[in-house]
Design a protein around this ligand. Sequence first.
Ligand code: GTR
Length: 327
Amino acid sequence: MQPISRCFGQIVTVTVLALAGMAAAQALELRSADIHPKDYPTVKAVEYMGDVLKKKSDGRITVKVFSGSALGSEDDSIEQVKLGALAMARVSSAAMHNICETTRVPSLPFLFRSVEHQHKVLDSDIGKQILKSCEDAGFVGLAWYDSGARSMYTKNKPVKSVADVKGMKIRVQQSDLSVAMVEAIGANATPMPMGEVYTALKTGLVDAAENNFPSYDSGHHFEVAKYFSLTEHTMTPEILVFSKRQWDKLPEADQKLIREAAQESVPYMRKLWAERELKSRAVVEKGGAQVIEPDKASFQAVMKPVYDRFVTTPEMKDLVARIQAVK
Ligand code: GTR
């Protein structure tokens, strides 16, 4: 028989170990992927969300962002999120187009009249409905982030109207809608991940690409395609998605904290975004890019086939009508 004192010591040790084990089990590190570099507004916004979450959970829940494509392309990280191997991914909502179809709506060409219009829509029930629509596909939509407007940039000649892009090979995001937009303007679409665009432009695999000023800058695309034509043909927002597989294992209280923290990062992101757009425009112009004011109406005039092809279900039609009605 063990002396009583030794027995007691063992009980204390076991209890301490058990408590430590419980604390460790509750500590939660959420891993998130982003293709953009560390200083990009999307990366900073998710890190900010992590700071908020850490505070709200007394240090228990943290976020680690893997930036700069450390976990692969956007399609790779979406796959990981779906499988539950990764908690979150910040991607362009275009990367979700073929996964949950209502995410196509905010990308429809010339749908938003302004940034204010877009913010109003995404902050409303419409934005929430679209975020929610990805759950059946395995993704909890947490937040919309800004991405400004996307414009065409070309290597060999400036684009002043839609006639100038006829027959051009244009890189697009890997989405049917992005392909359709380029077909509508009479050009040939080449879908590929963002990480391949610089080389594709440089080697002449494509004649053009389209994006916002910050990506045109951070991807160094301005060095190989210097004519930036302000077509502003789509305002595809960024989206932050959470793995439904991981989500369903979390206590409701934690789900609530995560949602709140994601929402709190939105105004912060918008501020960073507005600053970054101006900064990137200055950087690319200094680096030799020529910014052109094209005939935007000529692009808008040919987009009807895109609406006809993608706005087909009653839900899609209703969403578009409600967005257009937002003042
Ligand atoms: C950027 C967006 C990225 C990525 C990229 C692209 O504006 O932030 O998530 O989708 O465009 O064109 O692939």
